[in-house]
Design a protein around this ligand. Sequence first.
Ligand code: DX5
Ligand code: ZN
Length: 226
Amino acid sequence: MTPASPLHPPLLSPSLLSCDFGRLREELEALEAAGLSWVHWDVMDGRFVPNITLGPPLIKACRKGSSLFFDVHLMIVEPERYVEDFAAAGADLIGVHAEACTHLERVLAQIKATGKQAAVSLNPHTPLQVLEYVLPQCDMVLLMSVNPGFGGQQFLDFTYRKLYELRVMCRRQGCWPRVQVDGGVTPDNAGALIAAGADVLVSGSAFFGFPPYYERHQTFVRAMGV
Ligand code: DX5
Ligand code: ZN
């Protein structure tokens, strides 16, 4: 077992995809009141994934009233066209999919130049080898544990092996990005994911479907062994 870096205490980043968008501002306030520090924004363009969600204007509108860490997961083609827009809107971390970037190193440098944290996201089938030369530029690696596009899907079990292999790669290179797992995360698998090397868990349906949020967060925290 290769444990997560002690640099990064495990935490939960609720995915707004499953929140009540008609009450978005209240939802963000409720997360903060419930003791959450991160929130996960799923940006979908109808091309990289079949679904369409939200863009910089909505993030900007919510930025003013929230001190949550905005973890922005871009599931869009040509993300380099929008990096500055998401940075200006108030993202704290911008994640791009390796599969959507012809020039991944360049996009990571572009994100870092905005002063924001940079993440690379991998679809479930994408080998870790695409990270080999860019790992030192990553503040976070996001492993998708479902095929992106929708909430409420079934967790893919091979994610555990991928987590373990990512930790081996990190140790070999001596760099310690945060490691996020996204898709099908519940209190039932949260502990095993942390033990396998994750330190940020994203949960949409298994979080927002079970109010009140303070109690649900505590359920995740206990399951994560934090
Ligand atoms: C899927 C998104 C996820 C999604 C997770 O494409 O990236 O963040 O909201 O939802 P659950 O937790 O319901 O699988
Ligand atoms: Zn996501």
